[in-house]
Each structure stands twice: as C-alpha cells, then as structure tokens.
Design a protein around this ligand. Structure first.
Ligand code: CUA
Length: 338
C-alpha cells in the first residue's frame, strides 16, 4: 500500500482502536497473565526478551537521532571522520550481537526443555481434536467428556494429544503455550493451574470453517471437588425418568431422531457411531457446548437444535428437522444429564 494513502485520519483512528484493545481488563485468552508454573516460565522468558529489545531499541534509535542532528550537513562544516573498515569497531559490533543473542538463546533453550519434561506424578489426560471441538479422556478413571477439561488445582497434568481429522492446536494461554494435535501422531503438553479457576482454551491452527468456534474451557477445582466430579462422571446417566414426563419424551427423541448415530449417553445408548460427537452422559454439568462456542442455556440449545449450521458453519451436526415440541423435550432431557 502506498504510505500516503495509508496515512489518513480514518486509518489512524482504526489503528488506535486496535492498540486500545490491548488494554482490555477481562481478557480470558491473555497470555501475559500466567496462572500456573508453565505459563510463568514462558512469561519470564518473554519479559527478559522484551526488556533486552527495549534497551536495544533506545540505544539504536538514540544513536540514529544523535547522528542525524550532530552530523547534519551545513556549508561551513568539514566532512566528518569516516569509520569504514575500522577493525576495532567491526569486531565490537559483531561481538555485541553475539552476546545479546546468546543471552536470549540460553534461557530460551532451557525453557523449551523445561516445558517438554514430563512432570512426576502427573495426571494423564488424552486430548483428541475433532472438527470443531476437543474431546477429553481420562484413561485412569475411564471417563470421556468434551469441551470442558476438568483438572485438580495445583497438580501437574500431562496431556497426550492427537487429532481425529486435520491439524488442530491446543492452547490455554494462561496455563501454557500452544501444541499441535496431529492426525496419527501423539504430542504432549503439560498444564498446571495454581488455583481453582476457569480458563479459556482456543484451537490455534486454522482447521476449517468453524476453526474460530473451536474453543474450550479448563476448569481447575479443589482436590475434593475433583474427586467428587470423577465419581459422578464415572456413573451412567440417570435412566429412571417417569414415563409421560417431558424429559422422558426428550429421551425418546434422542433415541429415535438420529442423535444416537454420533452421540453416546452412558447407560442409555453406548454404541459409538462412525462419526464421534461429544459424549453427552453428563451434558447438563457442562457450562458450554458446541465446541465451547455457546453457553449451555435453553435459548442457545433451541437455536442450535433447530439449525446447528447457522451457529457453527460446516458443523457435522445435521439439521434433524425437529419440531418445536421435540426441541423443548430434548432440552428438558439434556438438562437431566448431570
Ligand atoms: Cu481446530 Cu482450528
């Protein structure tokens, strides 16, 4: 773009807005507010590099401004002394960058190894990427869930990850850096949250139409809350609905409208279809759905069940042409899956 065309008040205002967005307080994907040791390690490296860059910036710009003004040409000034080919200076300004780069490279390499090391006594959780949602499995507990990753606070977590289709990328900015989810290959990422808190996750690699809606939540909770969560997740869904109730009607919709082709509900329908969709056994306990892009409430569920692709373009969840009554019953049923 021609620079003069760009330097218009309109563009300046637009750029200012972009700049101001950096000041937003409530930023759940802010990678500069670490909430665990791994994210803190990265943060420390960032600030070290940042301040080195700041010092270099002022030295270089200062030298530039000094040269511009001090050596400004005027008729009565003689030509300044030329330093081209000065051996001492050539060696000096080769050694200085070497020292700077080394002082960044050593802590960088150390950080890379620190982050990759498998922590002792870590809780192992599998993360599987799907277009466009994250599936979580706890092999030690026999739990399968989706969208919301539940972890105990102040405990090292070892994620073993892969993709079921295309490249995805797992990123919880407040807990660690990004790591690819690759089809047919395992990758690993450590998480560790200081406190009980809710964190946001985001797929960090363009993976198709609804990549931007491939989000996630990480819920860290106290040891006792986590234990209670595990015990509940290991149970099947409550299957004692009274016949004639709206929830019972909703269960019939689930069983007959085509949902069972992809969605499992433990104890109600345990056969996994060819396409894997989120396990719904404890859907009612999750605060988000549809790749964590939507809050779990009846308003969003109504829109979603009426036409999923309108909210999440490209989604593999088909429009099942449900009637209003069927949708209402299904939402009632989903609410009982605690
Ligand atoms: Cu998955 Cu982007």
């Amino acid at each position: 773009m021609h620079i003069k065309k760009f330097l218009k008040p309109k563009n300046f205002i637009l750029c200012s807005f972009l700049f101001i967005t950096a000041c937003i307080e409530d930023a759940p994907l802010d990678s500069l507010s670490p909430a665990g040791p791994y994210a803190r390690t990265i943060d420390e490296l960032f600030w070290l590099t940042f301040w080195i860059a700041v010092v270099i910036f002022f030295i270089v710009q200062g030298a530039l401004l000094f040269s511009v003004f001090y050596f400004k040409d005027s008729p009565d000034k003689p030509e300044p002394k030329q330093i081209h080919g000065n051996n001492f200076l050539e060696i000096l300004w080769t050694i200085i960058p070497v020292i700077i780069l080394a002082s960044i490279a050593v802590p960088t390499v150390r950080t890379i190894f620190d982050l990759a090391r498998e922590p002792e006594d870590a809780l192992k959780i599998e993360v599987i990427g799907h277009q466009w949602w994250f599936e979580y499995k706890y092999p030690d507990y026999g739990i399968t869930t989706a969208n919301v990753l539940v972890i105990p606070e102040d405990t090292p977590i070892r994620l073993e990850m892969w993709s079921n289709d295309v490249l995805h990328n797992y990123w919880v900015p407040k807990l660690n850096g990004k790591r690819y989810l690759v089809p047919g290959q395992k990758t690993y990422l450590n998480l560790h949250a200081d406190n009980a808190e809710e964190f946001w996750a985001q797929c960090g690699e363009y993976c198709g139409l609804s990549h931007s809606k491939m989000r996630g939540r990480v819920l860290s909770m106290s040891e006792s809350d986590f234990d209670a969560w595990v015990i509940n997740e290991q149970k099947n869904a409550d299957n004692t609905l009274s016949e004639g109730s709206l929830a019972y009607e909703g269960q019939q919709v689930y069983l007959n409208a085509g949902c069972t082709q992809c969605h499992v509900i433990g104890g109600v329908w345990d056969v996994q279809g060819e396409r894997i969709a989120p396990n719904l056994t404890h859907f009612g306990n999750r605060n988000v759905f549809a790749g964590a892009a939507l809050k779990n409430n009846s308003e969003n569920l109504t829109k979603w069940l009426a036409n999923p692709a309108e909210l999440k373009p490209g989604t593999f969840m088909p429009n099942l042409e449900l009637t209003e009554r069927e949708i209402e019953a299904l939402i009632e049923y989903l609410g009982t899956l605690k």
